[in-house]
Design a protein around this ligand. Structure first.
Ligand code: URA
Length: 256
């Protein structure tokens, strides 16, 4: 029988706290403790804000390596997505990247290859990264959940709860200067909001000190004509990211 949301959340939380303790932390701010308690009492409804709040903790921690975090996931069976996966898709790229892209969860190609954004949407993401004057190996790419949701449905609350501690630890470990949240799901989950992506994109949101730029998901761009409005909106978002990183913004001109 599937574990209840609270059981999964409690064991994920326990694991995350043990990892924090191992990293040298011997106490948590009261605000975090009360959020965690609220998560356990209220269940999935409290998840996004509890998750965003927990991210406040890590900045002054000694960073764990991505290898260690991957190792602690092991042959993960913490949620029901484990049953349907071919490969767990942890993340790829530069462990010290200044820029991290966070997607939703692996699709079919990613599940087969064990790497995020290698399918059609990945090709679009690669083009975005190249247009920014960067290389895929320079940035870090990961997802909110590490295993493919069946039929590419949105990840469910218990699945996010099981995976969230690992995403938090990855973000702590890489410690980027900017995070780009790809699409509605990643943006809403990271920022703890239900606001539409069209409202969230185009400006930086504070993620406890780390600026987050939400933008449209690459697969949304696949459903739009090249050179259409959404392409240019994503480009404007990425230009802001480059400016924040004090990197040159390549000149782009709209064809029509
Ligand atoms: N879509 C995502 O959100 N992540 C992937 O890794 C691939 C497609």
């Amino acid at each position: 029988m599937a574990q209840s949301f609270k059981a999964v959340a409690a064991s994920s939380l326990r694991e995350y706290l043990l990892a924090l303790q191992e990293s040298g932390l011997d106490g948590l701010p009261d605000a975090v403790v009360s959020k965690a308690a609220r998560l356990l009492v209220q269940g999935p409804a409290a998840l996004p804000s509890a998750m965003a709040e927990t991210v406040a903790v890590p900045h002054d921690l000694k960073h764990e390596s991505l290898e260690k975090i991957r190792k602690s996931l092991g042959d993960c069976q913490r949620c029901k997505l484990a049953k349907g996966r071919t490969n767990l898709v942890f993340g790829t790229g530069n462990p010290q990247a200044r820029l991290v892209f966070v997607g939703e969860g692996p699709g079919k190609d990613e599940d087969l290859q064990g790497e995020p954004f290698v399918g059609e949407a990945g090709q679009v993401l690669n083009r975005i990264i190249t247009a920014m004057g960067l290389k895929r190996e320079e940035v870090y790419i990961c997802n909110v959940v590490k295993c493919r949701p069946p039929g590419n449905r949105d990840p469910e609350a218990d699945e996010i709860a099981a995976c969230a501690p690992f995403l938090l630890r990855q973000l702590q470990s890489v410690h980027p200067e900017v995070i780009v949240a790809l699409g509605r799901f990643a943006s809403q989950t990271l920022l703890g909001t239900k606001e539409a992506i069209s409202k969230l994109r185009g400006k930086f949101h504070d993620y406890h000190g780390v600026p987050v730029m939400p933008t449209y998901h690459p697969s949304y761009l696949l459903r739009n004509r090249a050179d259409s409005g959404p392409f240019w909106e994503v480009w404007e978002d990425m230009a802001q990211v480059l400016r924040l990183l004090k990197l040159p913004v390549p000149e782009k001109t709209r064809k029509r």
